[in-house]
Every structure is written in C-alpha cells, then in structure tokens.
Write a protein that binds this ligand. Structure first.
Ligand SMILES: [Zn+2]
Length: 352
C-alpha cells in the first residue's frame, strides 16, 4: 500500500527536471524542451495514476518510468564513453558529471516504476504482490482468489493484515479418527496461523451442480437473493468459478472480523455477538425429551442472509459480509442494522 508520502511523491518531478536543465548536452526536441528522456511523459502518467487511482493507469505510469529509466541508462553509458575519450580534463569532468545525473535520474525512475507496479499489483489482488504464500494451488484457484480479493475490496486490507497461506483441499478426505471418507468444507479459515484453504476448483463443479439441483432429480428452484431460504451466499453463485470466488469472500470475511484485537474491534465484536443473539435463537417449542438441545431458528420477524449464518455469530457476520459484497441492496433493505455494522467493521479495517 502506498503511504501518503509516496502518493505525494508520485508525479513530482520538478527537482530533477531542473537539474537535467543544467546538462547542456541533454538531447532536446525541436521546441528546445528536454522531452526525449521520457521524464515528462512519466511525470504526467504518474499524475494521472495518482488522480484516478486506477490499476491500468498505474500500469501505464510504470511503463513510462521504465522507458525513462532505459533512456537514462543509455545516456549514462554514452556519457561514460565520451568521458573516456575526452581530450581535456574539463570535457571529461563535464561528461562524468552528466553521467552521474543520468544514473540518479535512472534510479529515481526505477523506484517510481516499482511503486506503480506494486500499486497496480495490489489493485489486481495479486497474491504475489500481496506476498500471500500459495504454493501448489491451481492457476484457476489463484485467478478466482484474486478476483475475490478485488470484488470484496480486500486488497489494501490484506497488505496491512496479511494471511499466512492460501491452500487448496479436495472435496473428500479420510477422517483421521474414524477412517471414514468425509466431505470437506468449501473453505476453511484458521486463526492463530491466519491462513485459509479453499476447495479445489474442479470440486466446485460438483458442488455447484449439486447446489443447483443439477445432479439429482430435484429441479432447482433458482433462488437469486439471500435469505434463510438459501444455504449460503456462495450457493447463490451462477457458475462454479463464482462459487469459488464467493467462498473466498466468505473466508476472508472471517479474517476481517477475527484478525484484529484493537479496543474498537472488541467493541464491534460484542455488537456482532449481540446482533446474532437478536436474530437467531433456540426455538423453545422445539425442545423436547427426544431433542433436549432444541432447534436453532431465526427469531420471528428477523431476517438472516442464509441458513448457514445460524451456525454461530462468526458465520452470521461473514455471511452478512458476503451479502454486503454481492447483494448490498438486499442487505441494506432487509437488515439495515447489519448493513451498517458491516460497513463500520470494514471502515475500521481500512476497507472503506
Ligand atoms: Zn465460515
């Protein structure tokens, strides 16, 4: 993430344009300007990237700075060669001084290019730029994870609160206690290590087909909006790829909720617990001799984003958060309090 200072520096080329002006041998264009170094173009591309904050403009600015960097490297070489061939001490010193200036200007452009490249990478949700270890995951999973990072507005946040690992797991695993083949979760988030694991992309094809009723006889009634009639926000996806992305958004929502222990986050956490208790309870009429624990139900008159969000306050939070990302209008209309709570948590974590 760029600091305010770095942002300030972008596009600020006054100083070194000025010192280039002291080099009488600097190539000039037909109007006598020092245009051929590419510094001017780089400065203006930096300014544009700074104004719009768009990834494509950061890419363009990085390219412009790389070009200027190359120019100065060539000029530095040329002046070095001229210095070696110079006949007088004065000439040699003049060329060597110019060479120094080009080397300085080149390293300046180099640094600026790196800043723009990093910023563009962050905006693209690049796992590499964000330095999230992801060894062994498929290119599909990587691409979906990066899309989810962008969609959920997680990129800058992950720069400050990185996850330790993004792993991939398969749809069924042997349970180490029972020895049975058990179906695994779509996604997992673990605290302490702050890592997460996502179901393999090919296994989402099966899960997606099942959730849409495409595998069984059941003709799917296609829900498109959150609410307790759907299992989860990710089951509302319209393709296996989107299902994997929505799962990633869900898991990273846990990270937003659980990876801070600031006093404000603790206060927000209490609000989340309270919010959950107000919406979900054990239906007293369901407690029987046969079922002494009773059934978890939505409090009459209350709205929840999915059945899965009944599980506990953490799942309620992250399902509301996924609804905030994918169905903001519905969440705002059906549960404005939850919408506001999510917004405040995101604000606290630097996401809004
Ligand atoms: Zn979860």
């Amino acid at each position: 993430m760029l600091s305010e200072e770095q942002l300030e520096e972008l596009g600020d080329f006054e100083d070194f344009l000025e010192f280039l002006a002291f080099d009488p041998d600097q190539p000039r264009d037909e109007r006598g300007r020092f245009a051929s170094s590419g510094s001017r173009e780089a400065a203006s591309a930096s300014g544009k990237a700074k104004r719009t904050g768009k990834g494509e403009h950061h890419d363009a600015a990085a390219a412009a700075h790389r070009k200027a960097e190359e120019f100065h490297a060539r000029e530095a070489d040329r002046r070095g060669a001229l210095a070696a061939k110079a006949r007088s001490k004065k000439d040699r010193e003049r060329h060597l001084a110019a060479r120094e200036k080009h080397l300085d200007a080149g390293s300046h452009h180099h640094e600026q290019a790196k800043v723009h490249e990093e910023h563009a990478g962050i905006l693209r949700g690049s796992l590499d730029t964000l330095k999230i270890p992801h060894e062994g995951i498929s290119p599909e999973t990587k691409a979906n994870a990066e899309k989810a990072i962008v969609k959920g507005g997680y990129a800058k946040f992950l720069k400050h609160a990185p996850i330790s690992e993004l792993a991939e797991h398969s749809g069924a695993e042997i349970d180490s206690f029972s020895g049975n083949l058990v179906q695994t979760a779509n996604g997992l988030y673990w605290r302490g290590g702050e890592g997460l694991s996502i179901l393999k992309s090919e296994d989402f094809e099966t899960r997606f087909a099942r959730s849409k009723g495409l595998l069984g006889k059941k003709k799917a009634a296609r829900a498109t909006e959150p609410g307790e009639h759907v299992w989860s926000i990710s089951s509302l996806a319209s393709s296996p790829e989107e299902m994997q992305q929505r799962t990633m958004v869900h898991e990273l929502g846990h990270h937003v909720h659980l990876s801070s222990s600031s006093p404000l986050q603790k206060k927000l956490d209490n609000e989340i617990k309270k919010g959950f208790r107000e919406r979900v309870h054990i239906d007293p009429s369901s407690i029987t001799d046969k079922d002494p624990d009773g059934r978890v139900e939505t409090v009459p008159g209350k709205w929840i984003p999915s059945r899965y969000s009944r599980k506990n306050y953490k799942e309620w939070f992250t399902e509301c958060h996924a609804a905030y990302v994918y169905h903001p209008e519905t969440l705002k209309a059906r549960d404005p309090q939850a919408f506001d709570l999510i917004r405040r948590v995101r604000k606290h974590r630097g996401m809004e």
